[in-house]
Design a protein around this ligand. Structure first.
Ligand SMILES: [Zn+2]
Length: 220
């Protein structure tokens, strides 16, 4: 059995020697790479510096390694630096999603997109129906946008039923943006689009290694 293990690149040396520059990248095609551990297909990456050197690291490495940073002439320890990074991350993710919806609205003549934009501004998430409207229009943008950058509401019965009331094609378009927990819940309700079960079994192996994080190699 092969399990992917992400280990710290030798080049990095001691993570404590690196500092955040507070530069973040939000890759809407989920194509970011981590220079610390080599993980690919990342949405958020963070720039770190050691003298003149610059690397970009993933969210897991942010949580894992004691990288500090200077802020307003103060040296932040790893814990404070991580809190600062979390705040920047939340703001950037929301900003990115908001900008994309605005971009789609400008590019596609569908009045429903105006409502999607207002809804996102209020909730910072999309209901299943708004997600379906947006995802139907996303392919008209000139660049690839991974729908997983959007959070979909499915906790309430109303949102679950809203998902269930979508057409088969709409449910299929929203499905990839749902978390495994959301997919399980909606599948139990009989709302999974046809073909989702087959895809799930084919993907369940690559999807699970994240649960084995952190790798044993880094435990004391
Ligand atoms: Zn990493």
């Amino acid at each position: 059995m092969t399990r992917i293990r992400y280990t710290l690149s030798e080049y990095v040396g001691d993570p404590k020697d690196w500092s955040y520059t507070w530069e973040l990248r939000d890759d809407v095609a989920l194509q970011g790479n981590c220079d610390f551990c080599g993980q690919t297909e990342q949405r958020l990456t963070y720039e770190v510096a050691r003298a003149a050197e610059r690397l970009w690291i993933c969210q897991r490495c942010v949580g894992r390694y004691p990288v500090g940073g200077m802020l307003d002439d103060f040296r932040l320890g790893p814990r404070s630096a991580r809190a600062q990074i979390h705040g920047l991350t939340a703001r950037l993710k929301q900003q990115t999603c908001h900008d994309i919806i605005r971009e789609v609205r400008a590019a596609v003549a569908d009045p429903a997109l105006e409502e999607v934009l207002v809804y996102y501004g209020r909730n910072l998430q999309l209901s299943p129906q708004r997600a379906a409207v947006l995802f139907g229009a996303l392919p008209q943008l000139p660049r690839a946008i991974d729908p997983r950058i959007f959070e979909i509401q499915s906790r309430s019965t109303a949102h679950q039923e809203e998902f269930g009331a979508l057409t088969e094609a709409q449910r299929t378009s929203v499905w990839p943006a749902l978390s495994p927990v959301q997919k399980r819940r909606l599948t139990a309700l009989g709302f999974a689009p046809a073909g989702a079960a087959a895809r799930k079994s084919a993907r369940s192996q690559p999807a699970t290694p994240s649960r084995s994080w952190p790798p044993r190699a880094y435990l004391p």
